[in-house]
Structures are given as structure tokens and as C-alpha cells.
Ligand binder design. Structure first.
Ligand SMILES: [Zn+2]
Length: 59
């Protein structure tokens, strides 16, 4: 079942966006509890949905 295998991989990874430097970080669910931005070391990252590109301006 190749399709099932691929789906499993996609579901086990989440895209996060660093609130400090704005870079996107791919995080596995296993390590999602302690996320640190690999680029700047910032600890606050926000979940993003890679399939849906949506820009939200809250200012
Ligand atoms: Zn960062």
C-alpha cells in the first residue's frame, strides 16, 4: 500500500512558522512538543497549513 505509506508520512509532519524570523520549519509529531526554530533558536512557532496559502493581516 504505497499510498497509505505516503499519507502516513505527511500526517506525521507539521509545518510550523517561526514567529521571530518567519521561517517555516518542518516538525515531526514526535518532536512537536518541544519545538525550537533551527534558524534563530526561538521557541514560539505557529502551525501552518502548507496546502492552503492564506495571508492574514491582523494589524
Ligand atoms: Zn526563527
Amino acid at each position: 500500500m504505497k499510498n497509505n505509506f505516503l499519507n502516513k508520512i505527511q500526517q506525521s509532519e507539521i509545518m510550523y512558522k517561526c514567529l521571530n524570523c518567519g521561517r517555516e520549519v518542518k516538525v515531526e509529531l514526535k518532536t512537536a512538543k518541544k519545538i525550537i526554530c533551527p534558524y534563530c533558536g526561538y521557541r514560539i512557532l505557529r502551525k501552518t497549513r502548507p496546502k492552503v496559502v492564506r495571508k492574514v493581516y491582523s494589524d
